[in-house]
Design a protein around this ligand. Structure first.
Ligand SMILES: C[S@@+](CC[C@H](N)C(=O)[O-])C[C@H]1O[C@@H](n2cnc3c(N)ncnc32)[C@H](O)[C@@H]1O
Length: 213
C-alpha cells in the first residue's frame, strides 16, 4: 500500500519583531523603526479618541498590527476600520492576524482612491485616522502629500492621531513635520513621553477644524 504523503503544518507566521527587523533592513526610510510599538503606546494613542462613536476609522501604516488589536477592541457595531499598509509583507502578516479586517496594500498618499474602491465617499467621510507612519523618515514632499490627503478625507472635527520618537524629534524632518501640523489642523496637542516603548515616544493628537475656514 502506498504511503500517504506527509502532511506538513502550515508555516508559522513570522514574529512581529523578526519581520520588523527584516523590513527595516529592506527599506529603512519606509519602516522608520526596528521594533513594533508597545501596547502602552497603543493604549496612549487611542486614549483620547472616540473609536466606538466613529463610523469610519483608517489605520495608516499598521505594520504588524501593534495598534490594530487595541483599535479593534474599541470599535462598536457601527464602526468600519480599513488598514492601509505599503509593505506587502506586513499587509500579509496583518491579514493573517485579522482575517476580517480590510487591509489595502497601498500608499496612504492614495487614500482617496482606496476609499472610492471601497464604495465610500472620498471627501470628509473619515472620523478618525490612527497613523503609525514614520514621519521623521519622510521627505518633505511625501509629508505634504500624505497630510493634505488626510485633511481632505477627514470630516470637519475629525481626529488624526500619530506618534513620534523622543530621540528623533531633533531631526530636521521631524521638526518640519511638527511645525507643519498647525497649518493643517485647528488643534494639536502633544502627550507626555511614553517611556514603556522602544524607543520612548509621544503622541500627537490633531483635530480638523469643525467649521470650514
Ligand atoms: C514605524 S512602522 C509602524 C508600524 C506599527 N504601526 C507600529 O507602531 O508598530 C511604519 C509603518 O508605516 C508603513 N508605511 C510607510 N510609508 C507608508 C505609506 N506611504 N503608506 C502606507 N504605509 C506606509 C511602513 O511600511 C510600516 O509598516
Amino acid at each position: 500500500m502506498p504511503t500517504p504523503p506527509a502532511i506538513s503544518p502550515p508555516p508559522a507566521p513570522p514574529t512581529s519583531r523578526r519581520s520588523f527587523i527584516g523590513e527595516y533592513l529592506r527599506s529603512p526610510g519606509q519602516i522608520g523603526a526596528v521594533a513594533p510599538s508597545s501596547s502602552a503606546l497603543a493604549r496612549r494613542m487611542l486614549q483620547d479618541v472616540d473609536i466606538a462613536g466613529a463610523g469610519l476609522v483608517l489605520e495608516y501604516g499598521p505594520g504588524t498590527g501593534a495598534f490594530t488589536s487595541e483599535l479593534l477592541s474599541r470599535v462598536s457595531p457601527q464602526t468600519t476600520v480599513i488598514a492601509i499598509e505599503l509593505s506587502p509583507r506586513f499587509a500579509d502578516v496583518l491579514r493573517a492576524k485579522h482575517p476580517t479586517l480590510p487591509v489595502r496594500q497601498r500608499s496612504v498618499a492614495d487614500v482617496e482612491s482606496v476609499l472610492r474602491e471601497e464604495g465610500l465617499p472620498d471627501r470628509e467621510s473619515v472620523d478618525v485616522i490612527v497613523s503609525g507612519l514614520p514621519w521623521a523618515s519622510f521627505p518633505e514632499q511625501l509629508q505634504v502629500q500624505c497630510l493634505s490627503a488626510a485633511l481632505r478625507v477627514l470630516r470637519p472635527g475629525g481626529v488624526f492621531v500619530t506618534f513620534g520618537y523622543q530621540l528623533s524629534s531633533v531631526l530636521p524632518a521631524a521638526k518640519r513635520f511638527a511645525r507643519s501640523l498647525p497649518s493643517y489642523f485647528a488643534d494639536v496637542s502633544r502627550s507626555e513621553i511614553v517611556w514603556r516603548n522602544f524607543p520612548p515616544a509621544f503622541v500627537l493628537r490633531c483635530q480638523k477644524a469643525k467649521q470650514p475656514g
